[in-house]
Design a protein around this ligand. Structure first.
Ligand code: C2E
Ligand code: MG
Ligand code: MG
Length: 420
């Protein structure tokens, strides 16, 4: 779209955004609280056993997905992309050997533990068969399985969190393995009902081996290596296409995109953004630019130039993560922001900390007096939402309403939420 250079005027080429949408469709929409590179898929038809296995596995750091029926197993394997599997060999009519063959056919790279009440010699034979198929066969455990035995076997399957290199990330951008998830922002003051009226775009890396990686695993690397420009370019293209696609389906919401500090040095940023939104034609007010307070204060004159031109072009500007930096709201007010986002480290405290309530209340009042609307980030419980509403905070974003969702799940969520 911006060939030969991207939005930020860098040389690295990124391909068109269309194909990225296909990757988004395939993305695993389930999100965990933290990036987890250890995912365990358990297939066992005895729910009681599954629960015990789950408890043991979660305690040592696995994210767990349970299957009680063999028919669900292959789909769960495809979407969850486990790094380890516990397979019960005897599942009613279904034969574990067939499942192993099916995993081999899919070139499964997960560690596999097989369990069964059948005799241990047969289990050993099945294990050898799996190895012959090229599978990573680990322990075979006879039932009843003892927690200690299981714990030891699972520990051997733990994988260190992946260390990504600049070249891995560069390839991921080229191959469009980056996908965007969307977290709803709920308007607290619209009427009696709480309505989803906008959202934030949050990038993820759909890694072929490690599954869905959160931004904490790669944004720092992108910022250090200069890959943040092509990364943001790809995110923006995916977001613009998504806005166009939702609009065709009757959903017309503003979407916020995070801009890293490095990008605020490009004086032509406003023109390039305007160009991006011209195909398909999207109103500029539909794109919200989230900028952290420290980023905005790094080179205030240049930032003021860029942000003023963004505002003149009708883009909405939001101060992200307010409360984590050292700049004062009064200083920030010189910049043409229209929204302030209170950082979640403050918001999560309001449930149980009176001081946090006072601080959040003061930020909301000060922001209002300076003509800014406020979005609170990280509301996890109903108490926080009730409090934020009572102090006139306009918007809230948090797990209480929803985690970030893949695009198709997001549209379903919004339709159902706003209807109910
Ligand atoms: P952010 O912009 O402050 O985004 C909000 C983060 O808070 C998201 O984490 C979101 O999932 C998380 N969050 C929202 N509500 C809750 C809650 O109730 N509880 C908890 N525990 N967390 C909540 P995520 O997606 O991991 O993103 C982390 C950061 O990565 C973002 O913080 C942003 O700074 C950065 N990031 C994400 N996408 C992009 C991108 O496309 N470009 C750039 N430059 N940075 C990005
Ligand atoms: Mg943000
Ligand atoms: Mg934030």
């Amino acid at each position: 779209m911006f060939a030969p250079s991207n939005v930020w005027g860098c040389d690295r080429r990124t391909a068109s955004a269309g194909a990225g949408n296909a990757a988004q469709e395939e993305a695993v929409s389930g999100e965990t609280d933290s990036p987890c590179s250890n995912r365990l898929l358990i297939l066992d038809d005895e729910p009681g056993i599954c629960d015990v296995f789950q408890e043991v596995a979660e305690k040592i750091g696995f994210q767990v997905h349970l299957c009680n029926r063999a028919e669900e197993f292959v789909l769960a394997y495809e979407t969850f992309q486990p790094t380890a599997i516990i397979l019960d060999m005897v599942m009613g009519d279904v034969d574990g050997v067939e499942l192993l063959r099916s995993l081999a056919h899919r070139q499964c790279a997960a560690d596999i533990l097989i369990i069964s009440g059948i005799d241990t010699r047969l289990l050993a034979t099945v294990r050898r068969l799996g190895t012959t198929h090229g599978l990573r066969m680990r322990e075979s455990l006879g039932k009843p399985v003892h927690a200690d035995e299981l714990r030891t076997a699972l520990r051997r399957c733990l994988r260190a969190p992946p260390t990504m290199t600049e070249s891995d990330l560069g390839d991921a951008i080229e191959l469009k393995q980056l996908v965007v998830h969307y977290q709803p922002k709920v308007n607290l003051l619209s009427s009696d009902a709480l309505v989803v009226d906008s959202c934030e775009a949050l990038v993820r890396w759909q890694h072929p081996l490690f599954g869905l990686l959160m931004p904490s695993s790669f944004i720092g690397l992108a910022e250090r290596s200069g890959l943040i420009a092509p990364l943001t370019d790809l995110v923006l293209k995916l977001v613009v296409d998504q806005i166009g696609c939702w609009r065709q389906n009757g959903l017309n919401l503003p979407v916020a995109v995070n801009l890293a500090p490095q990008l605020l040095s490009h004086l032509d940023l406003p023109d390039r953004l305007a160009d991006l939104l011209s195909r398909p034609k999207i109103e500029h007010s539909k794109l919200v630019l989230e900028i952290t307070e420290s980023a905005a204060m790094e080179d205030p004159v240049r930032t003021m130039d860029i942000l003023s031109r963004c505002r003149l072009k009708q883009f909405t500007l939001s101060v992200d993560d307010f409360g984590t930096g050292y700049s004062s709201l009064v200083e920030l007010h010189r910049m043409p922001f229209s929204e302030l986002k209170i950082d979640r480290s403050l918001v999560v405290e309001v449930d149980h900390d009176e001081d946090a309530k006072i601080i959040v209340h003061s930020i909301v009042d000060l922001a209002h007096n300076l003509g800014l609307t406020v979005c609170a980030e990280g509301a996890e419980g109903p108490e926080a939402v009730t409090f934020l509403r009572s102090i006139g905070c306009e918007k809230v974003q948090g797990y209480f309403f929803s985690k970030p969702l893949a695009p198709s799940d997001f549209i379903d969520f919004v339709e159902q939420w706003n209807r109910d």
